[in-house]
Design a protein around this ligand. Structure first.
Ligand SMILES: C[S@@+](CC[C@H](N)C(=O)[O-])C[C@H]1O[C@@H](n2cnc3c(N)ncnc32)[C@H](O)[C@@H]1O
Length: 228
């Protein structure tokens, strides 16, 4: 405890070769209760709590027996899906390597590659009822560029969901606040009965990330002009 009675913030001693930004990152990790809770619970990422919180609010996972996890590494979200619904068949994709998870087929591949959708769908024995995307482009520090690159991933993920989801299915994706979200929202509203935004408590306040949650996929028959 500090003299004021609050928890003591852990500080890092200066280490040779460590940059100021990595010291800031490490200090934040050391003082982040979600990082400790994730470690204690065996989740591979603190992001696992974001999906748990979104699931508590929107009821996404228990009814989903086929799930696609876009940007799966290190695997926290897929762990959560399998824990809450052990019957779910899950397929995930990431540029990075992901350690195996029971019941999950994992591709180390660029989701933007032409062959990615067929690879994902080939691993499932039917249409998914949940597509989740936590993908974020590597940031370059230029706000608008970072935003556009991540939105490109989200739009491709939304197209994939619209092409492949089972009727009644749901799509959840990380989006960044600002700029181009209106087109994406319009697209989702045409194809899903409800579209909401949420910032789960585990999402850092200083991060511009939000999540879009689209539920009640209307199915292929109502795809209209986007089917062309
Ligand atoms: C925030 S992490 C996902 C964390 C994950 N939800 C978890 O709980 O463990 C975002 C991931 O998106 C992946 N990613 C970014 N662009 C991608 C792309 N084009 N194809 C596949 N994965 C991508 C990154 O490699 C990164 O591992």
């Amino acid at each position: 405890m500090s003299r004021s009675g609050g928890p003591v913030e852990k500080r890092l001693k200066k280490a040779k070769g460590r940059t100021a930004s990595s010291t800031r990152w490490l200090t934040r990790q050391l003082n982040d209760p979600y990082v400790k809770a994730a470690r204690d619970a065996g989740w591979r990422s603190r992001a696992a709590f974001k999906l748990i919180e979104l699931d508590e609010k929107f009821g996404l996972i228990r009814g989903a027996n086929r799930v696609v996890d876009l940007g799966i590494a290190p695997g926290g979200w897929s762990q959560v899906v399998r824990k809450l619904n052990p019957r779910a068949a899950v397929v995930g994709i990431d540029l990075l390597e992901t350690d195996p998870i029971d019941g999950v087929t994992i591709f180390q591949m660029d989701f933007m590659a032409d062959e990615a959708p067929a690879a994902l769908m080939g691993a499932l024995d039917g249409a998914p009822d949940l597509v989740i995307s936590d993908m974020a482009a590597n940031t370059v520090g230029h706000k608008q560029t970072d935003h556009l690159r991540t939105m490109g991933l989200v739009e491709t993920a939304a197209d994939f969901a619209i092409q492949n989801l089972a009727p009644g299915g749901a799509f959840v994706a990380k989006v960044l606040a600002g700029g181009t979200d209106t087109d994406l929202l319009g697209l989702l509203k045409r194809h899903f009965t409800t579209v909401k935004h949420a910032k789960p408590p585990a999402s850092r306040k200083d991060s511009s990330e939000w999540y879009v949650i689209a539920q009640g996929f209307k199915g292929q028959a109502e795809r209209g002009e986007d089917a062309a």
